[in-house]
Design a protein around this ligand. Structure first.
Ligand SMILES: Nc1nc2c(c(=O)[nH]1)N[C@H]1C(S)=C(S)[C@@H](COP(=O)(O)OP(=O)(O)OC[C@H]3O[C@@H](n4cnc5c(=O)[nH]c(N)nc54)[C@H](O)[C@@H]3O)O[C@H]1N2
Ligand SMILES: Nc1nc2c(c(=O)[nH]1)N[C@H]1C(S)=C(S)[C@@H](COP(=O)(O)OP(=O)(O)OC[C@H]3O[C@@H](n4cnc5c(=O)[nH]c(N)nc54)[C@H](O)[C@@H]3O)O[C@H]1N2
Ligand code: SF4
Ligand SMILES: [Mo]
Length: 756
């Protein structure tokens, strides 16, 4: 039998797999067998055990099979039962494929740099690059210290001086509510709230859907949509199938993304002007009466007002703003309206994501266009989720009454925010302002989970703000930048070490869940987040809020509600549970009129424009900062989670200032030269990458690099953080934008670039 070390994924094998089959491009194509020992077949056959789980590197949650030999994870492969059946209206899911980030997750699991045991800091000074002087402590001491540190601050400054900085999690939300803080700060205003505000108001009354039946789309029109370039298997596979079946794809993007490079047409539009393009399309489609009148009449509200509104937005007008000629706009509008089904897919941070001050209006205009061609919750369009319906923690274990928190939040999230108040979301762009100015009050302690300092606009100031806290507890899997600001670090297990289940949101045309079983026993002295929070609560005197709460019973109750059980799931031969139902198109939508509101009464009621009137983006390039700034996300990296992964770093080792060769020539910059990219709030130094596939007035930097924690030995000081360039905001500046999604304006500013 081959020894495990002989067939661990080495660089050559990995490159061969990645480059030979296209997974490096995120196309999710299966890895063919290659002969000799150390091959996939050898690994699979000789492994003692196979465990079903799903990938958590990104939120596609692809089902996977983990092969284990003598206690060591040796190979990860896609689960072919993950929605692989082939009927025409069947979500394809991952279908037995993983992208490069999934395949290489074992290098994160076995990364020697992981956070391995609880630690306390011994250096009282905090800040970027400051060595925390971490010392290993026991779990008992860690919980006691963490509880004592947080309680001390709360006793001195009040419950609102404590913040939970985490994605929504039922355990930390309960602890925060028990303490009585309003401050549950999360990242959505950097990611998708502009889109969510529009969908909520006009269609769903709740979230933005992430599911599109793109494999059946005949005409894909993307405004920065890069479904092929994010390496998300379900999106990649379904869009590829659509292309194979003859769909036409037209992509507008200032950068030639992977998707743009696969499209029939690429139009490098002026950044932040897509709204004008969409308004002109609405104008043409209405003037020419080429919309789907049956769908519009029956399922939409406000067509009369829209008709009147769209009159002024002519293709000639839009051509001047977008840099795309009027004939092309008219032709695309005609093709879009006459090819059925046609669809504008939009994910998160494309043109309609929180990049520009007018992005939320673009989201509005895109919903209108999709409604005009009748593809909202219809085959070939964006479909609303059919998620499994399961009770939350509070329904299974009702909590005792909570104290009433103050209304004002440290990030101003409650201000002029009609839709998301009280939700576990927040504004990363204003947080530093609130903390540093003690506005509206001092915030001095935080429980942080799964966020890095690099994720905040103006990351330098955000780091300063987070370093100014009296006490921080950080739950992490790595000694990240954020962990380096903490007083106590509590390490969590990697997802390959734990059990659970995941409900799918990306392809939920019917309810589906994937089981998660531990591939390996925990390698280090880690504890799960739920356990950590309950132990902290007990030590802080909030134990009554968790009396009788049991993770196992919670899981049982959730699974019971959908008619299955943990036993059934774990014994499932496929690792996938699904409730296949024929797709029933919605005839009612969750708005006051029960229709898709082209004219949004919800926005109107909340004091916003009910129709997407043209407005330019907040900042235009200036004499001082003449170029548009763009952020990129390569298929191989996942934000700041993969720069310490030895396999990924071998193929994608650093980030660059990417610009058009013509711009390089104009500025005397050659490929590989060191340059500074500078905005009105900061500058970063990187190597120049000169290409043809980007507008000559843009500079693009890929997100995820620029780690300053020395304990991330591979990632340390490699490349630079795009976030050091992004302006943050005061509450007043944020309010002035009048954006119901409170978008962080991630790229709504200009930059200059010069040789270092
Ligand atoms: N591989 C990989 N996949 C990921 C992630 C990752 O880090 N790596 N991150 C995940 C997360 S958290 C998110 S939010 C999503 C984000 O993924 P996407 O929603 O795809 O967002 P981006 O890649 O930031 O931007 C998409 C495209 O929009 C273009 N763009 C920028 N401004 C404009 C504009 O004004 N008009 C038009 N038409 N296009 C514009 C950019 O050039 C880019 O090509 O990806 C997720 N998937
Ligand atoms: N400059 C800039 N800023 C951005 C963006 C950008 O493109 N540019 N994108 C924005 C977007 S779209 C998003 S979604 C946000 C994302 O913001 P973040 O979630 O902060 O992004 P990541 O870089 O993925 O950092 C996640 C951290 O969680 C840790 N982690 C991973 N798994 C676990 C776990 O199981 N438990 C715990 N406790 N920790 C874990 C990782 O080690 C890492 O340090 O960033 C936003 N901020
Ligand atoms: S697309 Fe890739 S990173 Fe995302 S869940 Fe699937 S395998 Fe993992
Ligand atoms: Mo995101």
């Amino acid at each position: 039998m081959t020894k495990p070390s002989d067939y661990s994924l080495n660089r050559r094998g990995f490159l061969k797999m990645a480059l030979g089959t296209g997974i490096a491009m995120g196309t999710g194509i299966s890895v063919p067998a290659f002969v000799k020992s150390g091959t996939r077949e050898g690994i699979v056959e000789e492994s003692e055990k196979m465990v079903h789980t799903y990938c958590s590197v990104c939120s596609a949650n692809c089902g996977l099979k983990a092969y284990v030999d003598r206690g060591r994870l040796v190979h990860l492969a896609g689960n072919p039962h993950d929605f692989a059946a082939g009927d025409p209206f069947d979500p394809q899911g991952a279908g037995g494929r993983l992208c490069v980030k999934g395949h290489t997750a074992l290098a994160t699991l076995y990364d020697p740099d992981r956070a391995k045991f609880p630690m306390k800091r011994t250096n009282p000074r905090k800040g970027m690059g400051e060595d925390p002087g971490f010392v290993k402590i026991s779990w008992d001491e860690a919980i006691e210290r963490a509880a004592e540190g947080l309680s001390r601050v709360i006793a001195e400054y009040g419950p609102e001086s404590f913040m939970v900085l985490s994605r929504s999690n039922p355990y930390s939300v309960r602890l925060g509510r028990a303490i009585g803080t309003p401050n549950f700060v999360a990242h959505q205003s950097t990611c998708f709230t502009t889109q969510q505000a529009a969908w909520r108001a006009m269609v769903t009354g709740g979230a933005k859907p992430w599911t599109y039946d793109i494999e059946n789309t005949r005409y894909i029109l993307g405004f920065g949509w890069d479904g092929l370039g994010k390496g998300k298997n379900p999106h990649v596979r379904n869009a590829t199938r659509a292309l194979e079946r003859g769909a036409r794809m037209v992509i507008l993007d200032p950068y030639k993304s992977v998707t743009a490079s696969k499209a029939h047409e690429w139009h490098p539009i002026v950044p932040g002007t897509d709204l004008a393009f969409c308004l002109a399309m609405i104008h043409v489609i209405i003037e020419e009466k080429s919309y789907d009148s049956a769908f519009v009449d029956e399922f939409t509200f406000g067509m009369d007002k829209l008709r009147h509104f769209a009159k002024e937005y002519t293709p000639g007008w839009a051509a001047e703003i977008t840099g795309i000629d009027a004939e092309t706009i008219v032709r695309i509008a005609r093709e879009f309206a006459s090819t059925s089904p046609a669809h504008i897919p939009s994910h998160k941070r494309d043109g309609a994501g929180p990049n520009y001050s007018n992005s939320w209006k673009l989201a509005q205009a895109q919903i209108i266009l999709n409604a005009l061609v009748g593809t909202i919750d219809r085959p070939g369009g964006t479909t609303l989720p059919r998620n499994p319906s399961m009770p939350g923690l509070d329904a299974v274990f009702p909590p005792p009454a909570y104290p009433t928190p103050r209304r004002e939040r440290i990030d101003g999230w409650e201000q002029d925010n009609p839709f998301f108040q009280g939700s576990i979301q927040g504004n990363f762009a204003t947080l530093a302002h609130g903390i540093l100015n003690e506005e509206p009050y001092p915030l001095k302690a935080a429980l942080v989970r799964g966020y890095n300092t690099t994720s905040f606009p103006h990351a330098v100031r955000a780091t300063e703000a987070l370093a100014s806290l009296d006490f921080m507890v950080c739950c992490e899997i790595y000694p990240s930048n954020m962990a380096h600001l903490a007083d106590v670090v509590l390490p969590e297990p990697h997802w390959l070490e734990i059990s659970g289940f995941g409900a799918r949101s990306y392809h939920s045309t019917y309810p589906q869940i994937a089981v998660r079983l531990p591939a390996v026993a925990p390698l280090h002295e880690t504890r799960g987040f739920g356990t950590i929070v309950m132990q902290l609560a007990e030590a802080m005197g909030y134990g009554e809020y968790f009396r009788g709460v049991s993770g196992a019973e919670f899981t049982d109750a959730q699974l019971r509600a959908i008619g299955t059980s943990w036993d059934e799931l774990t014994n499932s031969p496929t690792g996938i549970w699904e409730d296949r139902q024929p797709f029933q198109p919605r005839t009612e939508f969750n708005t006051p009129s029960g229709k898709i509101e082209l004219y949004s009464t919800v926005l109107e009621e909340a004091g916003y424009d009910p129709l997407p009137y043209w407005a330019p983006r907040r900042e235009q390039p200036s004499v001082e900062y003449p170029y548009h700034f763009l952020i990129g996300r390569p298929a191989m990296h996942k934000m700041t989670q993969t720069q310490n992964n030895r396999l990924i770093m071998e193929v994608y080792p650093e980030n660059f200032a990417t610009m058009n060769a013509k711009l390089g020539q104009k500025l005397g910059i050659r490929h590989g030269d060191e340059v500074y990219v500078e905005s009105r709030v900061g500058r970063i130094k990187l190597k120049a990458r000169l290409i043809e596939g980007i507008r000559p007035d843009c500079v693009q930097v890929v997100h995820g690099f620029g780690h300053w924690s020395r304990d991330m030995t591979r990632a340390y000081q490699v490349g630079a953080n795009d976030g050091d360039l992004i302006p943050d905001m005061t509450f007043a500046e944020m309010r002035k934008l009048r954006d119901p999604g409170m978008g962080a304006c991630m790229t709504d500013f200009g930059v200059k670039v010069y040789k270092a």
